[in-house]
Design a protein around this ligand. Structure first.
Ligand code: ZN
Length: 658
């Protein structure tokens, strides 16, 4: 049950009503039972001083693309109230026209595009408004007796409005029912299958009213629920990494591009997917039409991706004539897959999108269970109304903007030695090009390199097969498969001549730089083989392969052996269309192998300045980790589609190797 979190002392003495609105929006936004990922909106009506110094009646409304949980003042767009009220007097207006008018009406075009629900906020005769998609309201209204429940709980304190798609028509409908049916007692508006509006003279009042209504609904539901019983522990089948990766390949094929697939299988998910009526209740529809953009209308129950795509096509064919404009069909890949053995798989073009789909469905699971088991049955809106939102003209317009996707979006890279130096630079560069990264290192720092849903840091020692296996399995559960492997973990060992060789030192270097590489490549092959975009491997070699150094026998030999492993893999795996290439860097000084002191000592011994020493090569070009990272990422991209078994130097030119 949401608690009143309003703390006046959190607001500055000088806070104005927009600051209060920002604060109240965040309180609403950070409760996932009220608002999920960009859902909901808020507004406040205050004066706007324009360039002439005139103070005009204005509304500050949440900008689209902003999340209530993290919104700032800059996340609101200010518009003249009079203009919005004028628009509301129109008999009809397409949503595209409405958005054009709202956009043009902003006082300042550097402000964000106003929320699609702006008109609806404009006419409500209150200074502050809050709107959520609360789970409890969705639960009560997605049942056969939804209207009855709402009347029983709230009496005449809320206005009930039957579902209409958000946009101009909803604003008009609400405008009319407000004029006819609101009373001085009206505290809020329940939009069936959509959410709740509350209002007040201040944001604090609107927020308190919101909580009051939500809490009343929750008490009602709580009284219907049986007392909590011990929940059963349901165990999911351990997913086989290769089967899982093969399933991702099918999903990606249906989507027409590589997709991230995340598995969730905790007790509440397992309880849901093992319901005998799963197939039937899961296929009724989403909690609210908005969700269709993230989860599609229904999940795939089981693993038959092809059949899901076929059914999706039929759904499109049944409904596309609802639009006057020709529609571009969206891909037929599921975004949620429910399987009694595996649990839930959430799918997206990035880890962030997969997480959002998963979060939304988690709430769906709770609400559907509540409706079906305790509120008289789960009932979703008919498919044509969901279709209207999925193929809304403004959503269709977004498709055109997708043309410039990052080159490695939806792909998954497995990078060793990713906490520092060349490995880290490769991992970050792959991520910058859109790839999700399973970043492996023996240092715990690997988890802290960057905070991003596309980054999964795993601590593992590459010489310990079981810990590497664990990294692969957990990485696959997180992202669904592996498309790219960059093998960068390596050690230099002690500088010693063969005549004084310490065999333990030799073995250690061989274990990390060679044995671990062949083991890892052997483990990764079955996964790379089922990559939806054909696997790629880049092995970090060394200039020493071609130009060995005195006293570096273990290092030079290990890198030469590893180069040979890569070349043989290129031969063996070409039939699987897996490309394997080697990069030979030299004198990359911004890695863990070098400190400022050793660099200046070396420079001194050559009688060179540090800068001259760092660029001691034919091109006189200093080589940094990021240069290697860019080369490696490029090798994994389309420019090198026909290159395998190659060895590329990145050493500024060396007269011993040219
Ligand atoms: Zn809404």
């Amino acid at each position: 049950m949401p608690l009143n979190l309003w703390d006046q002392s959190a607001l500055d003495k000088s806070a104005d009503p927009l600051d209060e609105c920002v604060y109240g929006s965040r309180l609403l936004g950070k409760d996932p039972s009220l608002v999920l990922h960009g859902g909901g909106n808020t507004s406040v009506k205050i004066k706007y001083k324009d360039v002439t110094g005139k103070e005009l009646d204005a509304i500050y409304i949440k900008g689209s693309g902003w999340d209530l949980a993290t919104i700032e003042r800059a996340g609101f767009a200010a518009l003249p109230l009079s203009r919005l009220l004028e628009l509301l007097e129109l008999e009809s207006l397409s949503d595209r026209e409405m958005m054009r008018e709202l956009s043009a009406a902003r006082f300042d075009d550097s402000m964000p595009q106003p929320s699609v629900e702006a008109l609806l906020h404009a006419f409500l005769p209150f200074k502050a408004i809050q709107h959520s998609h609360a789970d409890v309201i969705l639960a009560l209204t997605n049942t056969p007796n939804g209207d009855e429940y709402i009347k029983q709980i709230f009496g005449n304190r809320v206005l009930i409005v039957q579902y209409v798609m958000p946009g101009f028509d909803l604003a008009r409908k609400l405008y009319q029912s407000w004029e006819q049916d609101s009373t001085p007692n009206t505290l809020g508006i329940v939009l069936m299958n959509h959410g709740l509006f509350s209002f007040g003279e201040t944001t604090q009042q609107a927020y308190l009213n919101h909580l009051e209504l939500i809490n009343q609904a929750e008490v009602f539901v709580k009284n219907i629920l049986p007392k909590a019983s011990d929940s059963k522990t349901l165990v999911s089948k351990k997913s086989d990494a290769q089967d899982f990766a093969a399933l991702r390949r099918k999903i990606s094929a249906a989507a027409g591009r590589p997709m991230i697939v995340k598995r969730e299988c905790d007790a509440s998910i397992m309880e849901f997917v093992k319901r005998p009526d799963l197939s039937e209740i899961a296929k009724r529809g989403p909690l609210t039409p908005d969700h269709v953009i993230r989860t599609k209308r229904i999940p795939l129950v089981g693993q038959d991706v092809d059949n899901y795509s076929l059914e999706y096509l039929k759904y499109f064919e049944r409904n596309h004539s609802r639009s006057q404009e020709p529609l571009q069909i969206l891909d037929g890949a599921p975004r949620i897959l429910l399987d009694p053995q595996l649990g839930m798989l959430a799918v997206g073009t990035s880890a962030k999108d997969a997480n959002i789909a998963g979060d939304i469905y988690r709430h769906t699971v709770d609400v559907v269970t509540l409706c079906q088991d305790y509120l008289g049955g789960w009932q979703a809106l008919p498919e044509e109304l969901i279709f209207d939102v999925e193929y809304w003209e403004l959503e269709q317009a977004k498709i055109k903007r997708y043309s410039s996707r990052p080159s490695l979006e939806g792909q998954v890279s497995f990078v060793t030695g990713a906490a520092s130096g060349i490995g880290k630079a490769c991992a970050l560069e792959l991520m910058a090009r859109g790839s999700a990264v399973i970043a492996v290192d023996q240092s715990a720092r690997v988890s802290e390199v960057i905070s991003n849903p596309n980054w999964y840091g795993v601590v593992a020692d590459v010489t310990d097969q079981s810990s590497v296996q664990q990294a692969i399995v957990t990485g696959i559960e997180r992202f669904g498969g592996i498309d790219i492997a960059v093998i960068a973990a390596g050690i230099f060992g002690k500088t010693e001549r063969i005549s004084e060789l310490n065999s333990d030192g030799w073995r250690k270097v061989m274990a990390v730089n060679t044995d671990a590489v062949v083991d890892l490549m052997s483990s990764l092959h079955p996964l790379l083989k089922v990559s939806p975009v054909y696997g790629r491997v880049v092995v970090i070699g060394s200039k020493n392969v071609e130009a060995p150094g005195l006293g570096a026998v273990a290092y030079s030999v290990s890198k030469a052996a590893t180069t040979q492993i890569a070349r043989i893999a290129a031969l063996e795996w070409a039939q699987d269309r897996i490309r394997v290439n080697v990069v030979h860097p030299d004198a990359v000084f911004d890695t863990g192998l070098w400190t400022e002191e050793t660099i200046s000592a070396r420079a001194k011994s050559y009688n060179l300045s540090v800068d001259d020493y760092k660029s001691r090569n034919l091109l006189r070009q200093e080589i940094r980790s990021e240069h290697v990272g860019k080369l490696v990422a490029e090798l994994c991209g389309p420019a090198f589609i026909a290159t395998t078994g190659a060895q590329i130097s990145i050493d500024g030119g060396n007269d011993r190797t040219i």
